[in-house]
Design a protein around this ligand. Sequence first.
Ligand code: ASP
Length: 410
Amino acid sequence: MKRRDFLSGLAVTSAAMAAGQSANTTEKANSQNTPAAPQAGGKKNVIICARNGINYIEAGYERLVKGADTLDAAITVVSGPENDPNDDSVGLGGLPNEECVVELDSCCMHGPTRRAGSVGGVHDIKNVAALAKTVMEHTGHVMLAGEGASKFGLLMGFPKENLLTENSRKIWQLWKEANSNQDWWGPNMNDPDWKPPTALQADADVEDQPQYVQRLYAMAENIGIAPDRRMDAIHKVLNPPTGTINCSVLNEKGEMSSVTTTSGLAWKIPGRLGDSPIIGAGCYCDQDVGAAGATGNGEENIKVAGAHTIVENMRKGMSPEEAGMDALKRIARNYNNDMAKIKFISMVYYILRKDGAYTSVSMWSGAQEHPITFAVHDGAKRMEKCKPLYQGAASSWPPMPKVPRNRPWN
Ligand code: ASP
């Protein structure tokens, strides 16, 4: 794109913003090939985040309006799921690794000071987004991982906490036992409390389910997973869930920041880092252009440096939607566009440009009754649908038949 076109796009957007058009309207204009380039200031407060931030986005917005720094507002939003024991993809209550240790990852970028911080594989500290910021502010480094990151957090005054909830631990146990029928995990006949799994005899709840689901159901019962949580646990064992939260913030001065925090992939190999702590993959923010973040299959996102790719695309003049779609297509290209493989990839990008235009794009639209959505607050809090590259729901990896979650027991 020539500099002249870049600047004229800028003028179009400025005029649109001055006329009070919404970010969506601006974006529609952009996708009709009148690319708007980065401009001097946002002139509005905007927060976007993954859908699990919807209950906390208001608190972040209130702080922003009162003049809080953009990164602090973003961390306010993501600390909600971090502190919530029932969000099993982030912070406290996150599903553990294969050795039953909860390992958390996070990274952040602060636009105004052009700084970054990151932590990976942290245990015993739930607020890793704030810890990533502490690395940024109180060390000469950008990234700390594993034991060193956890020790650093404790030295800096973060409370030491057991992040494993009983619910997460029991689901881990079900996963461990389900995958270990050839070894000595799980109760055996020599256990005085052993009894034949009732569900295998005749349980109306599961009698129409395949044999392996019935087996898992019985194991879940023996582990003591409550009936109303059993199918959810089975679902998580067969289809390890993704989760994570990314949040990007723009204030009226045009300052921007972005942060991503996660417990990563359930049952991962200890030490595995996904995209969330990788600056340029899980999150990227350039004060001149905008911010992007990701949730989904981290391994795929790392290979296309998704968040950085998107911000660079916008720098060259692409609209947020075009920029995000391009990153998704690069992931598909890595599999030669083979849909038999792409169907296993979940990826969502959250994109906020410096002028306030925003969007979220996803590899798949999600099931018709549960389309993939993201949260926005620009004075009004709402959920919006992501723009999908492909229609339909992704399949979970590893390949397993889908298990119904909402049958009579759930
Ligand atoms: N991206 C995260 C990871 O790979 C997982 C997720 O978003 O759910 O660790």
